[in-house]
Structure formats: C-alpha cells, structure tokens
Design a protein around this ligand. Structure first.
Ligand SMILES: [Zn+2]
Length: 320
C-alpha cells in the first residue's frame, strides 16, 4: 500500500476541522450529534485495513468484520431476532459457481416509538473482493464506507428513538451477486409487507465534486420531494438519476437495493459515481475523501430522520 504524505496531512487537517467544528446544526433538536466523525473514520479505517484481507465471504477477514459489527450492535443495545445478530445462509454465485455454506447477514433493529410494526430497512454490504493475485482489495469505499454509515445510523437511532422501527442490516456476499440481499428479501425476519422502505448505502466515501446520488426516484417518484426537502441545506449536493434508461448507466440493480425493488419495496440507494479506485487494490482508506464521507453520512442520517417522520406518506403512496 502506498503512503501519500500530503494526502495524509490533509486528512489529519480534515479530522481536526471536524473536531473543532461546533457550528449549530439546523433541523436537529436532539442533544446527540448526528455523526461522530472520529468514530466513523476509525470504523472505515479498521474495516478496510490489510488485517481484514478484503472481507471475502467466509474468510478470516470476513469473520473479523462480523465480530466488529456484532460488538457495535451489542454496545448500542440494538434488538435482535435470534440470540444474536447472525443470520447465516447458503448461496451460490451464479457467475462463478462458487457456493458459500456459511455466508452471514447481520441484523439488528431499533424499535419504533409510535409505529413499531412498520419498518425502514437500512442496508450496506460489508463483504468485498478479498485477495486476488496476491493483492488485497481493501474495499474502503466499496463498501467499508457504507458499513461505517450503517453503524453511524445505528448509533444515532439507538440514541434518538425513531417513530417507526429501523432495521440495520449488514449484508454479506454482495460482490457475489447480491446474495445477502436476495437471502434477506426471500427470508425476511419480519413480514416483507411491513417493510415500507429500503435505504441502501454502497460507496459513499470518494467524491471530489461533493456529489452524492440518491437513486430510485424514477421508480418511486413520491420519494423525491421528501428527499429534496430533507437535503436542502445539506453539506453535500444530493443529485437524482442513474435509475432509468435516460442515463448513461442504470443502477437500479447495481447493489443490494435491487432485490428489494424486485419485490416491490421502494428503495433509495445512496452512492457516488464510479471512480479510479473502483474494484481496484487502490480502494484504500488513504484514498477515501474524509470530509465528503463524513458529510455524506450526516446528510443520509438527516434524510433518514425525515423519511421516518413521513413514512405514512410513503406507505400511502406505495400502497404498502
Ligand atoms: Zn459495493
């Protein structure tokens, strides 16, 4: 792994900037800050470290990532469906033919205050490509970034009870064909028609235009004005698109929101445009854009808060 001194110094400055930034947050009446920047950056650093060897399903590095996520779910006092947060499954990558006998989704939840039987499912895959030809594919942006965002959202909503219940789902084997997400929608721990919305995070840590995409409003247009309102004044620019043939790419099935969409569950997918490090060994912690990453997670949590408050509207519009 190359070590870029200038980038590292900029990164330290960014951390310092966040540590010192005491500016009041609009739309936040809660005493707890939305994002603990230091924690978020240390989470993504660990999850994408060489020690975890690219988090290939069933590998030692994957097990270390699982332990890390479970420990956090426990310390946040999230509820679980079994004795613990583990939801193991067997699945086969239809492209390579490789079968996984003990792939593992991790699911915790925060119970809703007013509507505990209606759910928002927040997803992020924690697996990546592992080691190929002796090179570690650290998968910092893809998708230690989304996993860190998931943990930050879990922290926020464990301390600020939502109106509706929120599922925090760390999915396995996304890179093997969205296997964890298919497992979840085919064997959901709560009836699928109680899940009103899926919010998926995959690659939210590298962008130098300050642009975060909210994908899916082509299919679920009633979500767009809600997101626009929630993101007005956000520290990153939330853009819409990449969800129909009108765009150069259609990301409707590109990540774990796809299987939800196929089952008719409305989704919003947060992600950035592809970059030079995508699915390369250079997708490392050092190449994350820390200021953008922290701001993206803060923006997503703000949007989640707003969608939770307006979930009835989403429910009515989608008929769920
Ligand atoms: Zn990914």
């Amino acid at each position: 792994m190359k070590f870029n001194t200038i980038r590292y110094l900029l990164f330290l400055l960014a951390i310092l900037f966040y540590a010192c930034d005491q500016s009041p947050e609009p739309n936040n009446n809660n005493s707890v800050g939305k994002v603990d920047a230091e924690q978020l950056l240390s989470d993504i650093e660990y999850l994408s470290s060489d020690e975890l060897q690219g988090r290939f399903p069933e590998s030692d590095g994957s097990i270390m990532a699982q332990r890390f996520i479970i420990d956090r779910f426990q310390s946040l006092d999230l509820s679980s469906f079994h004795d613990d947060f583990r939801h193991p499954f067997t699945a086969t990558n239809s492209r390579t033919g490789q079968t996984f006998d003990y792939a593992l989704n991790l699911i915790g939840y925060a119970e809703g205050r007013t509507n505990p039987d209606r759910f928002i499912a927040i997803t992020a895959h924690y697996d990546h490509l592992g080691v190929m030809d002796g090179e570690i594919y650290n998968g910092a942006d893809d998708n230690a970034s989304g996993t860190g965002g998931l943990l930050a959202a879990a922290r926020y909503f464990s301390e600020n009870q939502p109106d509706h219940s929120i599922l925090f789902i760390a999915l396995d084997a996304e890179e093997q064909g969205l296997l964890g997400a298919y497992e979840f929608v085919n064997n959901p721990p709560v009836p699928l028609n109680h899940i009103v919305l899926n919010v998926n995070m995959d690659m939210i840590g590298v962008n130098f235009e300050n642009e975060l995409y909210a994908v899916g409003t082509y299919h679920y247009p009633f979500l767009k004005p809600l997101i626009e309102t929630a993101a007005s004044g956000a520290p990153v620019n939330v853009l819409f698109g990449y969800d129909s043939a009108d765009f150069s790419q259609d990301w409707t099935m590109s990540s774990d929101h796809g299987p939800f969409h196929e089952k008719g569950v409305p989704f919003i997918y947060f992600g950035v445009e592809d970059h030079e490090h995508y699915h390369r060994p250079t997708d490392t912690f050092e190449n994350i854009n820390p200021e953008f990453y922290v701001n993206a997670v803060e923006t997503i949590i703000d949007i989640l808060k707003y969608l939770d408050l307006h979930l009835d509207q989403i429910s009515e519009a989608s008929g769920r």
